[in-house]
Each structure stands twice: as C-alpha cells, then as structure tokens.
Design a binder for this molecule. Structure first.
Ligand code: URP
Ligand code: ZN
Ligand code: ZN
Ligand code: ZN
Length: 461
C-alpha cells in the first residue's frame, strides 16, 4: 500500500498511551500505526518530536455580536489562522441568539460566516430568549440536526436567563439529547457590587475582579448544578476559576450528576492583580470570571492533576485594546463596567499547558492530550473521528517540538487583537507542523492550505 503521507520516527501520544511508531495516512485518515509502511508520496521526519492528536478548542468566541459599539477582533479568517498556528485542528465557536431574534436565522447566518475557515469547526448555540418558537421548534430542530450543545448565561444583562428560562431550556435539551453549558456567575450580586463600587468612585479595571467575587461564581455553580439535577440533563460547567466552584462540582458528581468541567489558561497563570496595572493596561486582563490569586491558581492546577477537569479550553474572546471599539475606548475609560469581557488565547493554550503542566511535571503527556483534544471530541460528539490517533480517525495531527523555548509576544501570533495577555510569558514547547485531514495546514511558519476547514459532522452516541 502506498500512503499519501507517513509521519516517521516520532513519539506518538494519545489520551491512553505514549509510544514510538510511524503513522501511515491515506485519503485524509490514519490507516496504519506502526509496522512496515512501504511507499509514501511524502514522509515527514518527526525525530525528537511528539506526534499528537490536533488540538480541539471547544470554547472560542469568533465574530460574536458583543453589544453596541463593540466589535470582536477576530472573524473566522483570523481566529482559525491563529488556532492553526497554535496547534489546533478543530474549534467550536458560539452562535449567539440575540434577544428578539430567531435562533434558526441566527444559526443559518453564523454558519455561513465559517465558510473558508482554516481548521475544522463545530458550533454551540447560545440561547438568550427562550420563546415558545425557540424552545418549541427551533432548538429541537437544530439539536436533531446534530447541534447538540447549548450555552446559557446567568450573567451579562443582555444575555442572562432567569432560573425558569434555564430550566425550560435544559428540559428541551434533555428531551432532544443535547448538553447544556452554563456560565455561572450571579448577576444580581455583580450588579449590586458594581453599583456600590461606582458610587465609591472605584471604577478602574481592578474593580472588575472585586465585583465578580468567588462567592458569586460558587453560588451560581451550585444553582446551575441543582437545576441540571432537577431536570436530569448533562451539564458543562465552563471556565471554572476557583476551588469553591470545584468543590461544588465534586459534590454534585458524587450525587451522580453528569458533569463536564472546564478550566482555561487565564485561571492558571493570570491574577486579579494583573487588572491593577497602570494606565488602563489592566483592561487587557478583563474576562469573566476574572483571574483570581495564587491560591486559586493552585486549586485549578489540582483540578487538572486529579482529573476533576475534563476540558482545558482557551475561552478565546478577543477585543482590541487601542480601538475605540475595544478595551481602551473613551466610554470604557469612564468605568470598568464598559470594558468588553474576554481575552485572546486560542494560539497560546497548548504551549501554556504543555510548558506549565507537562514540562513542570504536574500532568503527563496522556493527560495533556485528553485535556486539549480527546475529551473535547468525546464531550461534543466528534469522537473517534476527532481527538485521537487511531486507524480510521481523521488524520488531524500536531507535530510538537518539546525543546523550543519562546517568550510569548503578540507580534508573533496570528489573531487580529493587538495584544496578548501572556506577553513576555516564557514557555518551552511549541507546535511545529499542523496536519488537517492528512494535509499540512501549518508548516515552516506558513499557512499552507488556507480555507481547508470543514464543519465536523456530530454523530449521535
Ligand atoms: O469574559 C469572557 N469569558 N467572555 C467571553 C464570554 C464568556 O462568558 O464565555
Ligand atoms: Zn428530539
Ligand atoms: Zn461564559
Ligand atoms: Zn466564553
């Protein structure tokens, strides 16, 4: 048999094993692992490299409407370019239903925008307006078609739902077979504290963190888990930032609730004190939940080490700093309340976890693969086509150089934001070649197959 591509001499890692083997690829799929490969159209020598399943980032925001006068920095072109350079072969952005809008129309329009992406993609839906039309017809139809994940928000005035809306949405998800992702922060607590801070003249970016305390996240996490328990629907607790929320998840799991738990780089290596940087620089770190302190960083690491967390995602949500539509806009300068929430990170997710996790001995390589790829495919119905290196799987492979040392600089990244919150952060390990369905998409520092991304079919399990 002649292969289209053989990846030779590398160390292969999956979520289960690490082993030396050559990988034979034909027609976009892995067809042989180990043994004599015979002829190949092309051989990539991966000596001294890890051969990993391509990263799957199941929590990214791309071209998402963000309120009047605010524009997200990335469209699908720049976001998926950045994702590819960061070692990812699949991303999952969110289709937002704005209040008063049809979910079906929003989804049709959003899916259209993804055409021409540079990596594969799948979608989550955000429901903000649980009308009879949405819950009775549009959401069931989209779930039946394979869109089996929906996010709801407990915070943000323009997006939040009350418990009744969340319960009703969860019930539809349960009946038709979708998971519900929940952004857990208590909006009334935040609004109360934000108003009090404003009254006291405490309006600089640091107040974003003090007005979104751990207690607001802990209470909302407990409530979301309770609602999921009552409805009996699988729940994803996204972007967990602290030990108290982790404890809620552990307790709920022991009650038998089906929970997927996610954390993100910002909760491992950023702190609330970063929001206190001078001259409004702190705005570069404004995301929700906010980064906490070193104790909570340790708690999040423990969650990764012990297996409490299933997913490590970026929550890439890029806004420019200098633009009048971004984080430093004149309206924003009046108060932290006007700073758009979210930070870029799709390209730096894998290097940060590899460097801080694998290189520092906190997690092993199989757990790294599970947290950054395999578990995402499993959680969102893409496994085993995606998320592993196995005969029959899509040949989505990242060849990883574990030796290279870098200082993260936004100037070297490929997103359309104008800064990185990780500027100057030192890492060891970086993706070298990224292969999407058997074809290199990033090689020698270049995007070699622009527009090769496709929507991933999501199989019912
Ligand atoms: O601050 C954040 N995380 N913005 C993105 C939206 C979200 O809540 O995930
Ligand atoms: Zn159904
Ligand atoms: Zn969120
Ligand atoms: Zn998010």
């Amino acid at each position: 048999m002649a292969y289209d591509l053989v990846i030779a001499n590398g160390t292969v890692a999956t979520a289960a094993d690490v082993f030396e083997a050559d990988i034979g690829i034909s027609d976009g799929r892995v067809v042989q692992i180990g043994g004599d490969m015979g002829g190949a159209t092309r051989v990539i020598d991966a000596t001294g490299r890890y051969v990993l399943p391509g990263g799957i980032d199941s929590h990214v925001h791309i071209a998402q409407p963000s309120g009047p006068g605010i524009v997200m920095a990335d469209d699908f072109d720049s976001a998926t370019r950045s994702a590819a350079f960061g070692g990812n072969t699949t991303v999952m952005p969110f289709c937002l239903q704005e209040r008063g809008q049809s979910l079906a129309t929003a989804f049709r329009d959003y899916r259209e925008k993804a055409t021409g992406s540079h990596v594969d993609f799948g979608f989550h839906m955000i429901v903000t307006d649980p009308t009879p039309q949405v819950l009775g017809q549009e959401l069931p139809a989209l779930i039946e078609e394979g869109q089996r994940s929906v996010k709801v928000f407990m915070t943000y005035e323009a997006m939040r739902m009350d418990d009744a809306g969340i319960l009703a949405t969860m019930d539809v998800a349960r009946r038709h077979g979708a998971k519900v992702m929940v952004h857990c922060e208590n909006e009334d607590v935040i609004a109360f504290l934000a108003a009090r801070a404003a009254e006291a003249g405490d309006v600089a970016p640091r107040a974003h963190a003090t007005t979104r305390p751990v207690a607001a996240e802990r209470e909302a996490t407990h409530r979301a888990l309770t609602l999921a328990e009552v409805v009996d629907v699988p729940i994803v607790i996204v972007h967990v930032s602290n030990g108290a929320a982790i404890d809620e998840i552990a307790r709920a799991r022991s009650r038998g609730i089906d929970i997927t738990a996610e954390t993100c780089p910002q909760y491992l290596v950023l702190e609330a004190d970063d929001l206190a940087r001078d001259n409004w620089e702190g705005a570069k770190f404004v995301c929700s939940p906010p980064p906490r302190d070193t104790t909570e960083q340790k708690n999040c690491w423990r969650g990764l080490e012990t297996g409490l967390f299933d997913l490590f995602s970026s929550d890439h949500c890029p806004f420019r700093y200098e633009d009048d539509q971004g984080k430093r806009n004149p309206a924003g300068l009046r108060s932290f309340r006007h700073i758009p929430n979210g930070i870029p990170g799709v390209e730096t997710r894998l290097p940060i976890l590899f460097s801080e996790g694998v290189m520092k001995g906190r997690i092993d390589l199989t757990r790294f693969v599970a947290l950054t790829s395999t578990n995402h495919a499993r959680a969102y119905d893409m496994y085993p086509r995606k998320g592993t290196i196995a005969v029959g799987a899509d040949a989505d492979i990242t060849i990883w150089d574990p030796q290279v040392r870098k200082s993260i600089r936004h100037a070297d990244l490929h997103d359309a934001a104008d800064y990185s919150p990780y500027e100057g952060f030192e890492v060891q390990g970086w993706p070298e070649t990224v292969i999407l369905r058997g074809k290199p998409v990033v090689e020698d520092g270049k995007l070699t197959a622009p527009g090769a991304g496709r929507e991933v079919p999501r199989a019912a399990t």
